[in-house]
Design a protein around this ligand. Sequence first.
Ligand code: AMP
Ligand code: TRP
Length: 329
Amino acid sequence: MSLVFSGIQPTGNLHLGNYLGAVRQWVALQAQHPCLFCIVDLHAITVPQDPAALRQAVLEVAAAFIASGINPDKSPIYVQSRVAAHAELAWILSCHTPLGWLNRMTQFKEKAGKAKDNAVLGLYSYPVLMAADILLYRATHVPVGEDQKQHLELARDIAGAFNRHYNSETFILPEPLIPAAAARIMSLRDGTKKMSKSDESDYSRINLKDDNDALRLKIQKAKTDPLPLPETVAALEGRPEAANLLQIYAAITGVTLAEAVAQYAGQTFSAFKKDLTEALVAHLAPIREEMARLLTDPAQLSVHLKNGQQAAENIAQNTIENVRQQIGL
Ligand code: AMP
Ligand code: TRP
C-alpha cells in the first residue's frame, strides 16, 4: 500500500518555489495515491516566531493548499503539533540516531551559521523530527524539493537502524519524489541562490499572495544578463538568471525547458518577461483569489484541519503503540 506524506512550515508566505517544487506535485499525486499533508509548526519554532503570526500562517498555508487544488476531504491536511505522537516518536528516534549522522546535515550548517554554540538544540535535531513525521505514517513516498533530499536519506537511515535493532519491520523506508523540473526555483535577484521565505528582499521571490501588480513589478525587476535569450539549453550554462526565468516559464505553462528555450531563442528579455508575467498572472491569480476567499472563513478552515487531525491520529496511534511495545515503554 502506498501513502504519500509531505509537509511545509507555516512561516511567512508560501512562494513560487514551494508551489512548483512541492505543492503542485502533491495536487497531481492525490489523483493516484492516498496522501497526508502536514503543516509543520513544530519545525517552524526551531527559529523564533511571533505567536499570533504563527497561528495566522497555519491558516494561510491550509488555505494555500486547498486553493492550489488539494482536496481536504480526500487528502487530510492537519497541523503537526496537534498530533502529539510526532513529538513522542521524534524523541524515541533521537535515542536511535548517532550524532555523526546529524553532523552531516548541510541545512543545519547553513541555518546555524558561524555561531553554532548559540544555535538551539531543536534546529540541530530538526531532521529527526522530520523523520518521525514520515515514519509515523509508514509513508512510502515523500514529494519534496531538492533541498530536502538529504533529510529524506537520513529518515531512511533511521528507519533502517530502528528496524534492525528491534529485528522488526516497524518502519517503511520512504522514497523521495523530487520533481524533474522546478525542483529548485532560484531567487529573482540572484540566480545562484534558492528562492526562499527568509530572503530579506521581497523582490527575490514571488509569493502566492502577490497581486498582479506585484507580480508584474517583480518580473520587470528580476535580474537578467545583457545577452539575448539563448538558442539552446546548453547555452544556459553560466547564465543562472536566464535559466531560472525560463525554468519558471516552462513549469508554469507546462512545456519542457527545451521547448521554452526554442520558443524564445534569440529574443530580448523584455519580450520574454512580458509573456512570463502574463503566464504567472493567469496561473496564480485564481489561486490567490481562492486563498483570500477561504481565509474569510477561518472556522471552516479549522474544521478541515480538525478532520485531518483525526485521520492522522488514527494512523499515528497504531505506529506509536507498536513502537512503545517494542522498546518496552
Ligand atoms: P519550506 O519552505 O522550507 O518549508 O519548504 C517546503 C517545500 O518547498 C519543501 O518540499 C521544499 O523542498 C520546497 N521548496 C522550498 N524552496 C524551494 C525552491 N526555491 N524551489 C523548489 N522547491 C522549494
Ligand atoms: N523540512 C521540510 C522543509 O523545510 C518540511 C518538512 C517537515 C517535511 N517534515 C516533513 C517535508 C516531512 C516532508 C516530509 O521543507
